[in-house]
Design a protein. Structure first.
Length: 727
């Protein structure tokens, strides 16, 4: 059975002699081998010297490419081809640090440069490289794993062969490193040879992810499997057997193509006078068919049992890997990686989409379906000390309470909920505790500037609360992205514009308009008198008092469109039509205005602009300990006119007393506090222009603390959801 075995611990000299003898005695024109990456360099140099193609189906180390031998053909995928699949898995679960565990030889080290490059592209750090020798005892492996347990990283990538891999996972299981919170990913060095590891190894690897070479179930593969089972019985046909079969097929086709070429060797000896000691390699000839056979192998193409056999740069190109989840009963496919698409659930997906990038449900170590964070602080690690402000008011944002018996503080509020949500969604397990910024008797210890400065001094690792991002604070601490509405505004009371009184019905029209309307009635009456007097004989015969009453009754009745007596004069009729149209507009406007005055309460700010506040010299309120005090002084407000408040209730009391009684007529505060106040008293106050710039609330971090870097990654994505669901 063709398979990749572990490296032998015996001397390599006998192996080298055995490889030379066939070339000397039988003059072979091609060699299928070697079996391991460790044996490959010698054989590659041998083939290069004798121009004999070396076709390997199991030497997968990418380091062999550095030998730059045209006569080395890799009829398999090298290990670097799976790096992008591993990188896609790491990126999809948002892990930020990994530790590769690899066998300490050419096979294990070959993949590292490619892993480093791939992880740099997705901003993933390799915290430590764990090299394990084939000759390590179980105690030495256990010692190395205990060393990994002391590190915070919990994502391990294992690149080795099954023999050493079985020992590694058996010891990891023993010391509880396959429990909840750990992530293990094995390369195809183990995943492709799961069939030879045994049931006990599968039990030890429960929850492990694997990257496995994928072969489509073609008719060629099914035919070979049937023949294999008929001849070898229960032994499973693995990937390396398939590659070996295709390599032999490709060689046979190439030899058939150059069958008319001279297959002999040129045995002319080169000058060896430079070295007194001869070697067996000096006796080697040069295969005359080597260049032709190499060209034929480079161009051969057919559908093999392992897929399309077509060499590119002397090796097969991998296009698809299967992502497996190892369980006690075997392996389970959870997705695929395709070279032109990426990580997908199904091979039927031909284009990238958000939903298709997710893998199928995975059973992780510890028999859990919850995705591990990939990071955990050691049990003896120091917790981050997060300062929170002690406030007497506006407790919706931050509130600190202490248990009367234990004196243990409890911190709640909107800002705390945002921070907790951000931290819970991050790909790191960060341990932290809230430390109230207060005195022993529970009073506020100082202003927000003082709290931020203590973060800079190193007393705290960070600060969480309604702490506004300011330029002067940013000089000595760092801020995460803002998570509240920005801006500072003036708030003033509004006056009730609702009209009251017995003569309210006269208010819709101004005095001038009332006078014009009355004059219009008089004018219309006179014009009707003139026109009707000339046209209506009956009108001329009436008494003077009857004439006056008829004219003015007619004029006023048009106000309600109730005039009955027809006009005899054509001019009267024209005049009445125009007058009725004017009355329609006048009455409708009067009705609408009077209705609005009687039913809608008009709220108008007592002050329209900040400049009016400065000119009037009224008292201005600001929150105790807030930076708004300095802003007010910069705007040239009299310091003696500035009053403080600690809560929305105190702010309300100051507004009720007004400046004349020691209260305030305006408040200057951030939008977040103003909106909280107006949620209770929205109908009595209004915001006026202008709005001053402020960057909103942000998490504070010491400049040398890694917390800030972690928060910057997650805060922008996570604070919105919490802020929408809090109230």
């Amino acid at each position: 059975m063709a398979s990749r075995q572990g490296l032998s611990s015996t001397s390599e000299t006998p192996n080298k002699l055995l490889l030379v003898l066939p070339l000397q005695k039988r003059e072979v024109v091609a060699i299928i081998g070697p079996g391991t990456s460790m044996q490959a360099p010698f054989l590659i140099n041998l083939g290069n010297q004798s121009k004999v193609p070396i076709i390997s189906f199991s030497a997968t180390s990418p380091l062999l490419d550095s030998l730059r031998s045209p006569y080395f053909i890799r009829a398999t995928h090298d290990d670097s081809s799976q790096v992008q699949a591993i990188s896609a898995i790491i990126e999809s679960f948002r892990w930020r640090e990994v530790v590769p565990i690899y066998v300490d030889n050419e096979f294990g080290e070959g993949i590292l440069p490619n892993l480093v490059d791939a992880f740099q592209e997705i901003n993933v750090r390799i915290r430590y490289r764990s090299a394990i020798s084939l000759h390590y005892s179980d105690d030495q492996i256990k010692k190395e794993l205990y060393k990994l347990m002391t590190m915070p990283t919990r994502v391990f990538i294992v690149h080795m062969l099954p023999d050493l891999g079985s020992r590694l996972f058996s010891i990891a299981k023993e010391i509880d490193m396959l429990s909840k919170g750990y992530v293990w990913i094995v390369t195809n060095g183990i995943a492709d040879l799961m069939s030879i590891m045994g049931e006990s190894s599968l039990v030890n690897m429960h929850g492990v992810l694997g990257v496995k070479t994928y072969f489509a179930k073609s008719k060629e593969l099914l035919h070979l499997e049937a023949r294999w089972q008929k001849r070898f019985g229960g032994e499973e046909l693995n990937n390396f057997a398939c590659w070996a079969y295709d390599a032999a097929t490709a060689l046979a086709m190439s030899v058939e193509e150059i069958r008319h070429v001279n297959m002999s060797f040129n045995t002319t000896k080169e000058d060896t006078s430079r070295d007194d000691i001869g070697t067996d390699l000096d006796e080697l000839g040069v295969a005359l068919s080597g260049p032709k056979l190499l060209d034929a192998l480079s161009t051969v193409s057919f559908k093999g049992v392992a897929g399309r056999f077509q060499l590119k740069n002397g090796k097969l190109e991998a296009t698809t890997f299967k992502i497996i989840n190892i369980e006690e009963s075997g392996e389970r496919t959870v997705g695929f990686w395709k070279s032109k698409v990426g990580l997908v659930k199904s091979l039927r997906v031909d284009k990238v989409s958000h939903s298709s990038r997710r893998l199928r449900p995975i059973i992780w170590p510890g028999d859990t379906i919850f995705v591990p964070k990939g990071w955990e602080f050691p049990t003896n690690a120091k917790k981050l000390r997060i300062a929170v402000p002690k406030k007497d008011g506006f407790n919706n944002f931050v509130e600190v309470t202490k248990d009367e018996n234990t004196n243990v503080p409890t911190v709640t509020g909107f800002c705390i909920d945002v921070f907790n949500t951000v931290m819970s969604q991050m790909p790191y397990a960060v341990s932290y505790e809230y430390i109230p910024f207060d005195t022993p008797d529970g009073k506020p210890r100082g202003s927000y500037d003082e709290m931020v400065y203590n973060v800079f001094l190193g007393e705290f690792d960070g600060a969480v609360g309604d702490t506004t991002i300011l330029a002067n604070r940013s000089h000595y601490v760092d801020f995460a992205l803002p998570y509240s509405e920005t801006g500072i505004v003036f708030l003033v009371p509004v006056k009730d514009g609702k009209e009251k009184g017995e003569w309210v019905f006269l208010k819709p029209l101004t005095k001038e308009l009332w006078l014009v309307t009355a004059a219009s009635f008089l004018y219309i009456g006179i014009m009707v008198w003139i026109f009707e007097y000339q046209a209506d004989e009956e009108f001329r015969e009436q008494m003077i008092i009857d004439k006056i009453s008829s004219v003015f009754y007619f004029s006023f009745s048009t106000l309600f469109f109730a005039h009955r007596r027809p006009s005899e004069s054509f001019f009267t009729r024209v005049l009445v039509v125009v007058w009725c149209f004017v009355l329609l507009i006048l009455t409708q406007s009067y009705t609408a205005t009077l209705t609005s005055m009687l039913t809608v309460q008009e709220l108008r700010p007592t002050v329209r602009h900040m400049d009016d506040l400065r000119k009037s010299g009224v008292n201005i309120g600001y929150q105790t300990g807030s930076f708004t005090f300095e802003r007010l002084k910069q705007m040239r407000f009299d310091e003696s006119r500035l009053k403080t408040y600690n809560s929305p209730e105190e702010m309300r009391e100051l507004f009720l007393h007004k400046s004349s009684n020691g209260g305030i007529d305006a408040a200057f505060d951030e939008v977040a506090y103003i909106k909280l106040f107006m949620a209770k008293y929205c109908s009595e106050y209004s915001i006026i222009e202008p709005t001053f710039k402020a960057d909103g609330f942000g998490f504070v971090s010491g400049a040398d603390c890694f917390l800030f870097r972690l928060l910057m990654v997650a805060a922008e994505e996570r604070y919105t959801a919490c802020s929408q669901n809090h109230f």
